[in-house]
Design a protein around this ligand. Structure first.
Ligand code: PEP
Ligand code: MG
Length: 294
């Protein structure tokens, strides 16, 4: 079956109206690139950069991060690479920040919220990303966005970073696209408003399901309630895709659901532009999309 699937590797997929469909890969490190490239990913839909920050004693410097993001951009040879800014908190911790224990970490100081608190750390990452944009199609993605104010605050910081790079005389890509993850129900519900502020959406179904259904994604006692096919979840996904298209931006998905063959057809009917998943699922999803749309 694996060998048979290889024929889908370089296949370009598109809707009947010609709009392209990307099947991309999720990575957590440069090491993960091999599997993603080998399986014919049309890009990287999610680089979880928290792993760059974990298992160390201090945060990685701007230069260290630049080298990593540049390597990913170059190895994807011009294909789109969506790099998510730090998503720490929730289930992922970094000891050197000495974060306070919280009662509800998934509802706490997490991801973009934490980055606003540690602005220097956030700026180092943004500057590294803007610089890496010179070497490929780098797209900045902000996690855990719930409100328009958070987008505006993040964009202000990104502008600040560009000014600093300009002053420092360091090359960077000024028009690096900035998108958000749709993983908080509030963002999906206000997707039409948020869409005017950003260049793309990517739906993070792992968290979107957890927050919509109030079902902890890690709690095996209630895993039977964690249902990607729940009508409320599907409605939020559809609303997000529609709002994106109305605003003229693309909408992808980088949660586990993007690689779930039980829902591929539904997501195609909703017009999803990009499916991003672990390398090992890419060819199966490409095959299914090909067969659905031929
Ligand atoms: C998600 O929430 O669906 C997602 C892709 O992000 P993470 O799994 O890293 O929280
Ligand atoms: Mg998430």
């Amino acid at each position: 079956k694996r060998i048979e699937l290889k024929k889908y590797k370089d296949l370009k997929l598109a809707y009947k109206d010609g709009r392209e469909i990307l099947v991309a890969g999720n990575i957590g490190s440069v090491k993960d690139l091999d599997s993603v490239i080998e399986n014919g990913a049309d890009g990287i839909g999610l680089f979880r950069t928290e792993f760059v920050f974990m298992d160390r004693d201090v945060a990685p410097t701007e230069d260290e991060q630049f080298e990593i993001y540049k390597t990913v951009a170059e190895r994807m040879s011009g294909k789109p690479v969506v790099i998510r800014t730090l998503d720490i908190g929730g289930d992922k911790q970094i000891p050197y920040l000495h974060l306070e224990q919280e009662m509800n970490p998934f509802l706490g100081l997490r991801a973009i919220r934490l980055c606003f608190k540690y602005e220097d750390m956030f700026k180092a990452q943004i500057k590294a990303l803007l610089r890496a944009g010179v070497f490929g199609d780098v797209n900045i993605m902000l996690p855990m966005i719930g409100t328009i104010d958070e987008i505006r605050q993040a964009k202000k910081i990104i502008e600040k970073c560009k000014n600093e790079l300009k002053e420092e005389g360091i090359p960077f890509k000024a028009d690096t696209p900035v998108g958000i993850m749709i993983e908080i129900p509030a963002a999906a519900i206000a997707a039409d408003i948020l869409a005017d502020e950003v260049d793309f959406f990517s739906i993070g179904t792992n968290d979107l399901i957890q927050y919509t259904l109030a079902v902890d994604r890690m709690n095996s006692n209630i895993s039977h309630l964690y249902n990607p096919m729940n009508v409320s979840v599907l409605r939020l996904i559809e609303m997000s895709i529609k709002a994106a298209h109305k605003a003229g931006i693309w909408c992808g998905m980088c949660g586990e659901m993007a690689g779930d063959l039980r829902v591929t057809k539904t997501l195609l009917e909703m017009g999803l532009d990009e499916f991003s998943m672990s390398g090992s699922s890419i060819l199966d999803v490409k095959e299914l999309i090909y067969n659905e749309l031929k």
